[in-house]
Design a protein around this ligand. Structure first.
Ligand code: ZN
Length: 149
């Protein structure tokens, strides 16, 4: 895996699998492991995302920030990937999930001096349904309000 640094972008995703509502740690760990396994089967070094936000709002470490992620084809350079568990074309993100993502994004923006113009969703990079229509709507609304995440 290549080194991540520098950090210039932050990109938000959903996992896009079947809807997921569990908040307990065991079910959550199993969901994350399914994603990691699918990414390893593509020949990648580890799960493609740097952070995973679960339905209870917990933040899990994915791929170490030392390494470049694998989450936006041809745009992984200097790009931190955050995935929220669930399919936001078919379910709403939980309030806890949205609150945690907002906190995580703003912490990473501060730490790495990433401007708001470089915080995106997956579909703003490339044609894809990710991060789902409900999550995209939320991003559009918070941007209009001058907030992010
Ligand atoms: Zn995505």
């Amino acid at each position: 895996m290549n080194r991540l640094s520098p950090v210039r972008y932050i990109t938000v995703h959903h996992d896009g699998m079947h809807p997921f509502f569990d908040t307990d740690q065991r079910a959550t760990a199993a969901r994350i492991e399914a994603i990691r396994r699918a990414h390893r089967l593509r020949g990648w070094g580890d799960i493609g995302y740097h952070y995973v936000v679960d339905r209870a709002g917990r933040v899990w470490e994915g791929r170490s920030l030392r390494y470049q992620g694998a989450h936006v084809k041809n745009h992984n350079y200097a790009n931190i990937g955050i995935v929220a568990l669930g399919n936001f074309d078919r379910q709403q993100p939980s309030q806890a999930q949205l609150a945690s993502m907002r906190q995580l994004v703003s912490l990473l923006m501060d730490r790495y001096h990433v401007p708001a113009s470089q915080v995106s969703t997956h579909q703003e990079w490339a044609p894809t349904a990710c991060p789902g229509r409900y999550r995209q709507q939320f991003m559009n609304t918070t941007r209009r309000q001058g907030r992010l995440g």
